[in-house]
Design a protein around this ligand. Sequence first.
Ligand SMILES: [Fe+2]
Length: 258
Amino acid sequence: MEKLQLDNLVAWFDRYVEPFLATDEEGVKNIQLKIGHTRRVCEAMAQLSAGEGLSENESRIAFATALLHDVGRFPQYRRWRTFRDSDSDNHARLAIDVIRDENVLGDIGPAEQLLIEEAVRFHNMLEPPAKIQSPTRLYIDLIRDADKIDIWRVFVELLALPPEERPSAATLGLEELPGTVSDLCIAELNSGAIVHLDSVKCINDFKLLQISWVYDLSFATSRKVLRERGYIMALAATLPERAGIHEAVAKALASLSA
Ligand SMILES: [Fe+2]
């Protein structure tokens, strides 16, 4: 992939998202959240690419997956006014539709096109299919880590805002319920597993789910970036006191230094 091809993709993205901002105030907040998220995932991806010693070409392909991974969010929000896939449609599948309908990768070689599409397609799966081989696997793992690194940023920033100022779709319609945490979520985190979205009943549970993502990072650079950015500590600081939480969080933090 040439630098010019990547520059063209970036320009396409800017043109593509522009019309989605022509909506009401709540809609603008939600769309801007995803535009900002995409830009920051691209930055995180550049950091990962450098840290993991990717070649220039590999770094460009990785950057392209970061740029395109969430383009399905824009039509998803316009049609359903939600970012919750279970109430609308799988946003990774929607992204593939956008990429194809708009012929976004038209001037990129078929092998590289496939790498980008596969990474976008699998970026949000709980567990990507085990049989996927390199080099596809590399880009899937990279986008999954870069995406998480920025979702942590989004959520930490959002928690610092008063609830009425938060982009409504970002918290998936979950209730605040101060002081409430589900024992099941604490137990799942404490077992070193990823907390299931089905177990999540309120915002505090969702924080535990996000902390549990430390167990799903693929690269040492991702763990380093996460340690430096301090998102896990920031999330943990907003949780209520409850038996078992402290230990579960300490375990998660320790896994980042392992
Ligand atoms: Fe994302």
